[in-house]
Write a protein that binds this ligand. Structure first.
Ligand code: ATP
Ligand code: MN
Length: 461
């Protein structure tokens, strides 16, 4: 008989029917009356199904009484109404077949209550815990909601390249990609002509430049894929490998792009409120008592919008508590971002029109000549979730910006061509997917928001 997933069984009203459950034992409790309760989980839901196994089963003493946390089993039985609290149905076992044993003396998840730090060292087993099962399901739902959001609006999903030949995407340090034997290279004498591509290659830090190519042909596109940054930042919100969602829209200015960003965040959060209720309840209970309220508040209230200059004015009134100085021309740090969201406005904040010196060359320069049409969306707890801009669409201005920043125009020949042939106003942004998972789950460290985190000096799986 085909297995039924526990998520489905727990909602079933088909009492008396014969069912097959396959999963992993979470707990076993034995009763003096000659029967045992097994709690089984199969990952389809945070909830377990209870199996009632009595001592008339032929392998009761030899096998069932030896089942411990982590063992895998196939259970055949009858779905019955549960007399216990907390579940509507349970399974009266006809047959309980152990498949894989898990030695309780060595199985790391035998005991409950491990720290998140410890669980990172067993990334191959942590998805079997309530927390990481729930993270995986919420992450999945967020991805689905993102694709749905864009597909419903006629955006084309673009697969931008992972390996790139331009080391000049203007966002952080890059990882080299090479087939050269690094052991055999003497200091400073790398001949990239001998390398796989015959020139230096890197892992992408962003799909934006390629997305612009497609936006200027197809109108509205988005990428959703892995990006890589070799910055040596050991923080609660940086990974070396993370996923980014990057919509890019032709015939769209900064204001429309901000509207889309706000709609996107609200729409995907509303989706998980509706579809991940049990997992969010769990995070709310276990990690952040205000989680659901914060998400709900985010979906129903408008985001505060202000310029960088206004933000600096507000922040410079704050006299104590900041580690980094607040000064026009300096970047807004995560402590400032969180202060704006959590203390000043108590909601998400969109900051626009940053000084051009602290933003990349491709952002459209404002009429004032000092600021660019940039926007960052900031959320409580995680700070910057989105960075975006209207792109410079004027050939001459873009060229002089490239030179101003001491970049080589030859490296950007195709990017400049987009402004030479049929240029249009266009805008886009990048949303950090793991930061969204952090926000949606209430987990404080981004390393718990991705299945196999990559961070400086940390590549264990
Ligand atoms: P930050 O200032 O927070 O380091 P950034 O300004 O360098 O971020 P962008 O280049 O604007 O980042 O990237 C777009 C989005 O990608 C950010 O708003 C953020 O949500 C996410 N992001 C950037 N760097 C990382 C990282 N190292 N790990 C996880 N997410 C990241
Ligand atoms: Mn940014």
């Amino acid at each position: 008989m085909r297995r039924k997933k526990i998520a489905e069984l727990l909602e079933s009203t088909d009492l008396g029917s014969e069912v097959t459950v396959m999963g992993w034992v979470r707990t076993r409790r034995d009763s003096k009356g000659g029967f045992s309760f097994l709690e089984i989980n199969d990952g389809s839901t945070i909830r377990n199904i209870q199996i009632l196994a009595d001592d008339k089963l032929p392998n009761y003493a030899t096998e069932i009484l030896k089942l411990t946390t982590g063992c895998s089993v196939i259970v055949k039985g009858v779905l019955v109404k549960s007399p216990g609290k907390g579940q509507k149905v349970e399974v009266q076992a006809i047959d309980v077949k152990p498949i894989g044993w898990a030695d309780p003396d060595t199985y790391p998840l035998q005991k409950k209550g491990h720290s998140l730090e410890y669980l990172r060292t067993i990334a191959h087993l942590r998805p079997r815990t309530n927390t990481f099962g729930a993270v995986a399901r919420v992450r999945n739902a967020l991805s689905y909601a993102i694709h749905t959001f864009f597909q419903e609006r006629g955006f084309i999903y673009l697969h931008s390249p992972i390996i790139t030949g331009s080391n000049c995407e203007g966002a952080g340090e890059m990882f080299n990609v090479t087939t050269l034997d690094l052991q055999g290279i003497e200091d400073g004498k790398v001949d990239f002509g001998e390398d796989f591509f015959g020139k230096p290659a890197n892992l992408t830090v962003s799909g934006q430049l390629e997305a612009e190519v497609y936006a200027l042909a197809l109108g509205d596109v988005y990428t959703f894929g892995p990006t890589f940054r070799a910055e040596d930042s050991n923080t609660y919100r940086h990974l070396a490998e993370f996923w980014m969602v990057e919509p890019e829209m032709a015939f769209c200015d900064l204001k429309e792009s901000m509207d889309l960003a706000e709609e996107l965040i609200k729409s995907i959060l509303a989706y998980i409120l509706k579809n991940c209720k049990e997992d969010l309840d769990f995070f709310n209970r276990s990690f952040d008592r205000d989680l659901i309220q914060t998400i709900d508040h985010t979906t129903t209230n408008s985001f505060e919008r202000l310029t960088y200059t206004e933000a600096i004015e507000i922040l410079s009134e704050v006299r104590e508590g900041f580690e980094f100085p607040v000064e026009w021309g300096k970047d807004i740090q995560s402590e400032h971002e969180r202060y704006l969201c959590e203390v000043v406005f108590k909601r998400p904040v969109v900051v626009t029109d940053y000084p051009k010196e602290i933003k990349p060359f491709y952002m459209k320069v404002n009429e004032d000549g000092r600021t660019v049409k940039a926007m960052d969306v900031l959320l409580p707890r995680v700070g910057e979730i989105i960075g975006g801009s209207q792109r410079e669409d004027d050939y001459e201005t873009l060229l002089s910006r490239i030179k101003e920043m001491n970049l080589d125009p030859a490296d950007y020949w195709w990017y400049l061509d987009l402004r030479k042939y049929g240029t249009v106003i266009h805008s886009g942004f990048g949303l950090g997917f793991e930061r969204l998972v952090q926000f949606a789950t209430g987990l404080s460290n981004i390393r718990d928001a991705t299945p196999f985190p990559r961070a400086p000096k940390s590549l264990d799986f």
